[in-house]
Design a protein around this ligand. Structure first.
Ligand code: HEC
Ligand code: HEC
Length: 502
């Protein structure tokens, strides 16, 4: 069975789409005047304060407008993908609308939640719409929140969440212990993760294709991308390819950088699933696939309104594009070196130990990227296609290739029984987790997939399986040295930004 599946997926990857297609020109992800927001050249506190005061005044004005004529703001957020494709809506505008959407409280009138209780569906809770509940019911989800920022808020908009924000995915709709527990992740730099993963996928697939042409029966070849090992590919004596020794990536060789399990490949897909599972907001582009098989995800109501809340066209393609573009544009975390020389020296010692202990074999500090351009529309034929390099400018040294200091290898590792889930997820074994990028780790606690570790120290000590020997080596350090590792990790933080809380 496993072999048959592997064979099938391999076939899928060897048949690549051909033909001449329209090429969408990339545009910079942030306008020139915003580039100073990144990394080292952060705007001064005064500039930031002016910006957030302006933002707050605009929001208050908008709130009053909304009270005078309800629904107008929501209409402004419902963008038309056709206009985006015709370049009538700029990337900067998409980021702005996406930001509004990210902190927007969806309402029942706009499609929040579901009305499945009325038709006694097993997917619904006992209540009328929105039917909010903390524990998800299978792939269908909650809804468990009214806004994205309810969970992605620590350290500012787009940050991670606290232990109290734990999501209970894929449960029975009632008992937390039926579900998979996940801590909300911080989203800064998410666009770059997608760009990097897409490059790795292209490289891996090209290697597999070439191995398939060259390997004779009995021969094998190591598989790697950007210096990361993905195991070994072999040719069996019967001529078929043996992928049983491939490690850390699914049999389709798609590198999936999102979710603690490394279960999703693109930001748009995460956004579509988040809208559905956290908010019961159903995107138009998912509906054509509302077949019998997908009713566990979308609901078993009418075809045009599967969650039976009486609201159709809950999220337009353009709305999803704006939200995705905002997330992709969130600035990557930065490294903030200590000003006091004693701490600076401790941090340098910590970085050295991070290598020596073997942490850096999984949390690889730097990866280079050739082409940081990604498509964020419904598919590659749609705008926008964005160039993310402005997000990296301030950390680029002249003449060097673009590098991303993410501290991850973007592959999965087996981390031992005590970190394992009760069951596998999307075919990924229960003890396998994506190496989380440690960029921004100082501002993203609590730690680990379920937020069980309150401190960085506890997170390190919890490493088992493939991470056990590094954790043990860390445990044996002198107090001075282990403090140095923690000082170093505290320098990996997110750019400071002033913000008004709503
Ligand atoms: C109830 C809490 C909650 C809400 C609301 C929520 N998220 Fe999340 N988000 C999470 C959790 C938990 C994860 C990690 C999921 C996993 O591991 O599979 C996550 C992961 C993500 C990721 C992937 C990040 C990564 O690096 O893996 C993105 C992107 C994201 N959310 C965007 C959104 C958007 C956009 C919305 C609103 C439409 C949203 N989230 C609403 C809790 C939430
Ligand atoms: C075999 C690969 C591997 C090695 C080696 C490794 N880690 Fe990890 N690390 C992981 C994985 C996978 C996780 C996520 C586990 C989970 O969430 O259950 C993780 C999680 C973490 C976290 C928590 C991050 C967060 O956002 O919650 C920290 C901090 C961390 N590692 C630091 C270290 C340090 C320091 C070392 C060296 C002593 C180290 N790691 C060695 C793979 C590794």
């Amino acid at each position: 069975m496993r072999r048959a599946l592997l064979g099938l997926s391999l076939l899928g990857l060897l048949i690549l789409p051909t033909g001449c297609r329209r090429v969408i020109q990339p545009e910079p992800i942030v306008p020139a005047e915003d580039q100073s927001l990144r990394g080292l050249d952060a705007p001064t506190p005064t500039e930031q304060a002016q910006r957030v005061i302006r933002d707050r005044l605009l929001r208050r004005e908008q709130m009053f407008r909304e009270l005078m004529s309800p629904g107008t703001h929501w209409q402004e957020l419902r963008l038309d993908q056709a206009l985006i494709d015709r370049r009538r809506i700029s990337v900067a505008k998409l980021v702005e609308v996406g930001k509004e959407l990210f902190r927007h409280d969806f309402t029942v009138e706009q499609g929040l939640g579901n009305g499945l209780a009325a038709q006694k569906s097993s997917l619904a809770g006992p209540l009328a719409a929105p039917n909010l509940r903390h524990v998800h019911r299978g792939e269908f989800g909650g809804p468990d929140a009214t806004r994205c920022a309810a969970c992605h808020h620590l350290g500012g908009l787009g940050g991670g969440g606290g232990k109290i924000d734990t999501v209970f995915f894929l449960g029975d709709g009632d008992r937390p212990d039926s579900a998979l527990h996940r801590n909300p992740k911080a989203l800064g730099g998410a666009g770059l993760l997608q760009a990097l993963a897409e490059e790795m996928t292209r490289e891996l697939r090209a290697k597999v294709r070439s191995a398939d042409q060259r390997l004779s029966p009995g021969q094998s070849e190591p598989l790697h991308s950007k210096g990361v090992s993905f195991g070994v590919i072999k040719r069996r004596s019967d001529g078929s390819l043996d992928l049983t020794a491939v490690r850390g990536v699914s049999p389709d060789f798609i590198v999936r950088p999102f979710g603690w399990k490394g279960s999703t490949a693109t930001l748009r897909q995460v956004v579509l699933e988040s809208l559905q599972q956290h908010h019961g907001i159903q995107a138009d582009e998912l509906l054509p696939s509302a077949s019998a098989q997908r009713s566990d995800f979308l609901g078993d109501g009418p075809t045009e309104d599967p969650d039976a809340d009486g609201v159709t066209h809950e999220a337009t393609e353009g709305t999803v594009t704006a939200l995705t573009t905002f997330v992709a544009a969130l600035p990557p975390p930065m490294e903030e070196v200590p000003e006091v020389s004693t701490f600076l020296m401790r941090s340098a010692r910590g970085a050295e130990l991070f290598e020596q202990l073997g942490c850096a074999t999984c949390h690889i500090p730097t990866m280079s990227i050739q082409d940081p351009v990604i498509s964020l529309g419904p598919d590659k034929q749609h705008r926008p296609r964005v160039d993310l390099s402005p997000l990296l400018v301030s950390v680029r040294k002249p003449g060097e290739p673009l590098t991303i200091r993410l501290y991850s290898d973007l592959r999965r590792h087996s981390m031992g029984e005590s970190l394992a889930d009760p069951r596998s997820q999307r075919g990924i074994p229960k003890d396998e987790w994506l190496t989380p990028p440690l960029w921004g780790v100082a501002s993203s606690g609590p730690y680990l997939h379920d937020g069980r570790a309150a401190t960085i120290d506890a997170a390190i000590q919890a490493h088992g399986g493939e991470g056990l020997s590094a954790a043990k080596a860390y445990g044996k350090l002198s107090q001075d040295d282990s403090a140095a590792v923690r000082v170093f990790l505290q320098t990996l933080t997110r750019p400071q930004s002033l913000e008004f809380k709503p």
